[in-house]
Design a protein around this ligand. Structure first.
Ligand SMILES: [Zn+2]
Length: 371
């Protein structure tokens, strides 16, 4: 199955102009193919398919030589988009395809990436410096903040506002069952509650566990006051050990049950890709994080999702608690602020609930091909 991984790229001013021009050529090709198709249908009721469009493109390239300034694959891929737009119209009840305006056409697709089997570069590939490379535009800087997991099948270059992004569609091991993106859930794990789900459900840390953990803490304090090696010390060590294994078994049991239920009820589960090792270094957070067993929870989820034919997606945690899940507005807030109040759209949500929805959206963005 294909998943998207998105990275910001940093074209120079000149490169931005080239990318804008390429996008313009793509949009222009899309619109003229659409008009040709409509005209043909009005005149003779004949269909006008991808092969006809390809032929027309060859002619257009002779009439408008500037079309040859850009790689031809993204230009040809335009016809795939048009075909999809018609399919969606016929089968999914979307609107009839119409001409695209500048604002509505923001991406181009390179259906191949890297090197072919003979070692030749496709239109887009990585340079030796690890940047994006094409002969007509040169090297474009890219920030690979996260490892690309899997084999790159295609690249979408996308304009968002004034920024540009590279979206790689990577192939991961196929699931035995087709995953269902409409049955997806985002999970925000936290310190206050164990987790908040994007359907609004909150999962508390079980009370019995908190009680046992308090008892364990006390037993550990008592141990620290005993004289090392004394018989009382050894007695207390055993007590601590017993309590410890009880707590850890009960915690595991809780994590198993919770992850089982979530994996069973959802086809796609999205969590944050937290670097637990780094977070545990922060001493204030460390106790509750290691106690909550987030890392273990995530591993259990991954395993159980796979077993059920579902999918676990890990997303970057940046801004998930700051951004408004309703309108995208960024609302800066410190850890102590528990409610998300958006100054732009006015929505008021529990902080973690808002985050869980953002996590879900980020995950779905990886799952669906965004053009
Ligand atoms: Zn908002």
């Amino acid at each position: 199955m294909l998943l998207n991984q998105k990275y910001e790229i940093f074209p120079t001013k000149e490169q931005k102009e080239i990318l804008e021009r390429w996008l313009y050529y793509c949009r222009h090709t899309y619109n003229s193919a659409l008009l040709d198709k409509q005209r043909k249908y009005k005149q003779s009721k004949e269909s006008y398919g991808q092969t006809d469009m390809q032929k027309q493109l060859v002619l257009d390239k002779q009439t408008y030589p500037f079309l040859q300034d850009m790689p031809s694959q993204p230009l040809q891929e335009v016809f795939v988009r048009l075909k999809k737009a018609y399919e969606n119209f016929f089968h999914k009840n979307t609107k009839y395809p119409k001409l695209k305006k500048h604002k509505e056409y923001n991406s181009m697709t390179f259906p191949q990436f890297g090197f072919n089997s003979e070692g030749h570069r496709f239109a887009m590939s990585f340079s030796e410096n690890g940047n994006l490379y094409n002969t007509k535009i040169g090297e474009i800087g890219i920030l690979l903040h996260r490892e690309i997991e899997g084999k790159i099948k295609q690249l979408i270059m996308k304009r968002q506002g004034t920024k540009w992004f590279a979206i790689f569609s990577v192939e991961r091991q196929a699931s035995p069952v087709q995953v269902d993106p409409s049955n997806a859930i985002g999970i925000d794990v936290g310190l206050h509650k164990f987790a908040v789900l994007s359907n609004g459900q909150e999962i508390e840390n079980p009370r019995f566990l908190r009680k046992k953990e308090k008892a364990l803490k006390k037993a550990q304090q008592r141990l620290s006051k005993k004289k090392r090696g004394s018989s009382n010390y050894i007695k207390q060590v055993n007590k601590v050990r017993q309590l410890h294994s009880k707590v850890s078994n009960q915690r595991k049991d809780f994590l198993h049950k919770t992850s089982y239920r979530i994996a069973k009820d959802n086809s796609v589960v999205v969590v944050e890709n937290l670097n637990i090792r780094n977070m545990v270094k922060n001493s204030k957070l460390s106790k509750s994080i290691s106690d909550a067993g987030w890392g273990m929870f995530r591993n259990m989820l991954a395993y159980k999702c796979e077993k059920n034919g579902g999918l676990l997606i890990k997303v970057e945690p940046s801004y998930t608690s700051q951004d408004c899940s309703e309108c995208g507005n960024r609302v800066e807030k410190s850890l102590s602020i528990r409610t998300h109040v958006c100054s732009k759209c006015g929505i008021v949500l529990d902080r973690d609930y808002n985050a869980s929805i953002n996590i879900l959206h980020k995950g779905l963005e990886e799952l669906l091909v965004t053009t």
